[in-house]
Ligand binder design. Structure first.
Ligand code: XMP
Length: 323
């Protein structure tokens, strides 16, 4: 029988068996999956687990602070925060190809973990041999690892891993779908702010800028994204939509008129979707007045953006993220 209690019991036993008396590290992304994976592993091996949060500079506004606060408060887990913004932005310099971005971000993630590992084992405890990941069933399938489906995107935690990985992987959510992960998280005592959070991709805003990723573009997108999230929350729509990526078309410009002059700025794309498991999705029919508010605020408040467009494509044929 599938119950969250059974899943937890089964996974806790499997994790204890796999990790033994060694130690593990877990990357937290700020998302539901890594948080639930970490809480599950913490339940199994307690303080043999250290969580590492890599601030790659591709996070949304306030995300880092939220991980530090909410997650530690809920689990009491050991957390190390690594500021790696410069490293990631340097590695991404000049790159606009989506798959190349994903591979670079996946690779840099692992390198930062390896460095964190070196620092963690400097204290002479048992070896850190395991890396915990919140990989879900759809991640496995869509990266071509599950059923021989074609590779659609290299999710940073599956297809994006380097070949010379030094860790063994612990992936307790590999057979679960998102809604099941949420139930497991709830059962483990994680608060709603974590468990009900909308999905956010590991590569972050790096794959929501069509074109090269730069600090300036990230700051612009962070502002636009914060406005969209604020207005969706204010309208009480958070639970109605699966997620709403906000995308910057950095290589596109269009003519506008703002104040008393001509502008030549970038478009921002809103991509609100409804979905059960992210394998398929439909575009969300958001109320026009909410869309209007978001559009007005973004064009008024975010410099260099003079147009807001709505993505009305289902998945398939479009994916949820643009890259
Ligand atoms: P797509 O764009 O493939 O996205 O329709 C499906 C779901 O997966 C999320 N996503 C990711 N999550 N690492 C993640 O942890 C990734 O590399 C990644 N790429 C996409 C996306 O936000 C959506 O919920």
């Amino acid at each position: 029988d599938w119950t969250t209690g059974n899943v937890i019991e089964e996974q806790v036993a499997a994790i204890r068996e796999q990790v033994g008396d060694k130690r593990a590290i877990c990357g937290l992304s700020g998302g539901v999956d890594s948080a639930v994976a970490a809480a599950l592993v913490a339940r199994a091996i307690g303080d043999q687990l250290t969580c590492v949060y890599v601030d790659h500079g591709l996070m949304r506004k306030g995300e880092t602070e939220q991980v530090e606060k909410d997650f530690v408060a809920a689990t009491g887990v050991k957390l190390v925060v690594v500021d790696a913004e410069e490293r990631f932005l340097t590695a991404l310099k000049g790159v606009s190809d989506p798959e190349e971005k994903r591979k670079i971000i996946g690779r840099e993630f692992i390198r930062v973990f390896e460095q964190a590992q070196a620092e963690i084992i400097a204290d002479e405890g048992p070896a850190v041999e395991f890396l915990v990941q919140g990989t879900l069933y759809p991640d496995v399938v869509e990266s071509g690892g599950g059923t021989g489906t074609a590779n659609i995107k290299s999710h940073h935690n599956v297809g994006g891993l380097p070949e010379d990985l030094e860790f063994q992987l612990v992936e307790p959510l590999r057979k679960l779908f998102k809604d099941e992960v949420r139930m497991v998280g709830q059962e483990l005592g994680l608060p709603d702010e974590i468990v009900q959070r909308q999905p956010f991709p590991g590569p972050g805003l790096g794959i929501r800028i069509v074109g090269e990723v730069t600090k300036e573009r990230l700051d612009l997108l962070r502002d636009a994204d914060a406005i969209a999230r604020e207005e969706l929350t204010a309208a009480g729509l958070d639970r109605d939509i699966w997620q709403c990526p906000v995308v910057l078309l950095a290589d596109v410009r269009s003519v506008g008129v703002q104040g008393d002059g001509r502008t030549y700025g970038h478009p921002i794309v809103l991509r609100p979707v409804s979905s059960e498991d992210a394998m398929t999705a439909d575009w969300s029919r958001l109320p026009y007045d909410v869309l209007a508010k978001i559009s007005t605020r973004i064009t008024n408040e975010v410099a260099d953006v003079n147009r807001v467009v709505l993505d009305v494509t289902s998945k398939p044929p479009g994916t949820i993220e643009w890259e």
